[in-house]
Design a protein around this ligand. Structure first.
Ligand code: BEZ
Ligand code: FE
Length: 287
């Protein structure tokens, strides 16, 4: 069939409408609607910035590099989403919790799912480098009742500010990562080393771009946690070292006051006492 006159009329002002006209208007799923919204914003951005063809080739090259820098060990797409504030915004929209519950933050690109399950009390520092940190925690519901057998997944940077998967030749596999289960009283504990804050990696296309633009790439010292228990919303969060000077300028907008804790001195090492408060999952909702 010959295209109608409007379809031939692709111009600066009609481009997004013409795109929209080509999609089915009556569909049960929202895919056509999502595409129209995305393309409408994209075309508006192009009209605003007016890139040359060479500029646009650079955009495509950047996105290609992001793809090439992403694999099981490193997720450059996640880094892009995090540094642009997109991950934090999606989190904000989706996990409004009661004030007394532990808030979610982004998971970040250094998470690994294939971690070892460890007995309570284990030391997750496999190279022993750094100041000892003992972590004691409890997991409870909004009423303060303990949640037994909750799954705790933790990962963190080392005392120099690097994750094990950033330094596969320098750190033992699974260094500073572990999976635990709370005991009958909803408690867990393990040993580790005090993490240091770090610069978000700028050896890949995303870090390079933002560094070039003058964007500060610092992250304050933190531990990552995922807490899962049947019937409760999964918590994906960080715990921050309250003495870190960069809390207010976290590169990925993931510091929330409720997640900042004091690491207490204990002999030559440190002690951290944590409480995670879970919210019951709504029926049929993702946990
Ligand atoms: C992290 O904390 O592991 C992280 C999160 C987002 C971007 C970079 C690092
Ligand atoms: Fe981190």
């Amino acid at each position: 069939m010959m295209p109608g006159p409007t379809a031939l009329n692709f111009s600066e002002t009609t481009s997004h409408d013409i795109f929209a006209q080509r999609l089915p208007q009556t569909r049960d799923d929202s895919l056509p609607q999502i595409l129209v919204a995305a393309v409408t914003h994209l075309h508006a951005l192009i009209r605003e910035l007016r890139p040359t063809q060479a500029d646009w080739r650079k955009v495509i090259e950047f996105l290609t590099d992001v793809g090439h820098a992403s694999d099981e060990r490193r997720q450059e797409w996640v880094l892009l989403s995090d540094l642009l504030g997109a991950s934090a915004l999606v989190e904000e929209i989706n996990s409004r919790r009661p004030k007394t519950a532990t808030p979610n933050t982004v998971r970040g690109p250094f998470f690994r799912a294939d971690i070892p399950q460890l007995p309570l009390g284990s030391n997750i520092s496999l190279d022993g480098i750094g100041e000892t940190l003992e972590v004691f925690g409890r997991v409870q519901d909004l009423d303060g009742d303990p949640i037994a057998n909750a799954e705790i997944i933790t990962w963190q940077a080392n005392a120099q500010g690097f994750y094990e998967n950033q330094q596969p030749d320098l750190q033992p596999e699974f260094n500073l990562r572990g999976g635990f289960r709370t005991d009958a009283d909803g408690r867990f504990h393990y040993r580790t080393v005090k993490p240091r804050g770090y610069g978000v990696p700028d050896d890949g296309p995303v870090g390079k771009l933002l560094r070039q633009a003058g964007y500060p790439l610092r992250r304050p010292a933190h531990l990552h946690f995922i807490i899962k228990a049947p019937g409760f919303e999964t918590i994906t969060t960080h715990i921050y070292d309250g003495s870190d000077p960069y809390l207010a300028e976290d590169a990925i907008f993931a510091v929330k006051p409720d997640l900042v804790r004091t690491f207490e001195r204990q002999g030559k090492g440190w002690l951290l006492d944590l409480t995670f408060v879970m919210v019951r999952a709504r029926q049929g909702a993702d946990t």
